[in-house]
Design a protein around this ligand. Structure first.
Ligand code: NDP
Length: 252
């Protein structure tokens, strides 16, 4: 088996793992954040968990990218910049903005996240800097332009929505309140909606199986989590806005 064949097999494997995760997560909420509960093995401080699980995304991606023969070409470098724009923030800044001192994360979730982010970094970085052969003309293609638009729209939605959640807690607070403003008018989890739009944009702008596998795996995790958060809000707050959906405005 050549490395390109192995790479394709891993991409299809990621899609398969996503389908299984989706079915499981519809019934069992991933044990982190508000869903941490006993019975899932050892735990670690939540902030350390975030750092552990997200760090392969920027670090492994950068290393694998740098090993590829196309590492100095313009289009791959633009894609590297987009990836790192998201993941340097998510891995090294976001965990320190969260009001989660004293909270725990299961080692299980941090470990699965670490593994997924490592595999996903390989899939996407190797594709971009070794296998795809992106010429500079790709940057003027409709796929790149449309994908870039989606990527930045998703980025803006995700950052705004995460910011609303972060501002809901004053220092030392650990409870939950009803988030308002922006796309919270329509859905309970615009942060996940934004994340999905962003990686849909990535899949389109790279026009790749690796990008599609990443998007599908992300959807498989975030849609069930949004449904679970939505149920939580409805059960916890009698006054929760009835017209609000979980993740897709007016639909789901
Ligand atoms: P959550 O919405 O569960 O929580 C985000 C933060 O806000 C947590 O600190 C949480 O506290 C706090 N919070 C959430 N809701 C409220 C509320 N109503 N009132 C007060 N505080 C609240 O998001 P996740 O932790 O699942 O995800 C965080 C980010 O990571 C998102 O942008 C998401 O898109 C991204 N992500 C991406 C994934 C991917 O596959 N690409 C996978 C998972 C996340 P607490 O932890 O105490 O509940």
């Amino acid at each position: 088996m050549t490395e390109v064949e192995l790479h394709r097999a891993i991409a299809y494997g990621t899609i398969g793992a996503g389908a299984i995760s989706f079915l499981l997560l519809l019934f069992v909420a991933a044990p982190y954040g508000r869903n941490v509960r006993p019975g899932w093995g050892p735990t670690l401080p939540a902030r350390a968990g975030w750092l552990l699980m997200e760090s392969p995304a920027p670090v492994a991606f950068a290393v694998i990218f740098a090993l590829g023969p196309d590492r100095a070409r313009v289009a791959p470098l633009v894609m590297l910049a987009l990836w790192q724009l998201h993941y340097v923030y998510r891995s090294f800044i976001f965990p320190f903005r969260l009001e989660i001192a004293g909270k725990r994360m299961t080692l299980f979730v941090a470990g699965i996240g670490f593994l997924f982010n490592g595999v996903n970094a390989y899939l996407n970085a190797r594709w971009i800097s070794a296998f795809a052969d992106y010429r500079i003309a790709h940057l003027w293609s409709p796929a790149f332009a449309g994908g870039l638009l989606l990527f930045f729209a998703g980025y803006a939605i995700n950052h705004h929505a995460d910011g609303v959640l972060i501002r809901l807690r004053r220092e030392g607070e650990r409870g939950y309140a009803i988030p308002e403003g922006g796309l919270y008018r329509f859905v309970s989890c615009p942060n996940y909606l934004g994340e999905l739009i962003e990686w849909l944009g990535w899949a389109v702008l790279t026009w790749s199986l690796a990008g599609a596998a990443f998007f599908l795996f992300t959807a498989a995790n975030l849609v069930p989590r949004a449904l679970s958060h939505h149920r939580f809000y409805r059960e916890r707050f009698a006054e929760y806005p009835r017209e609000r959906r979980a993740i897709l405005p007016f639909i789901l």
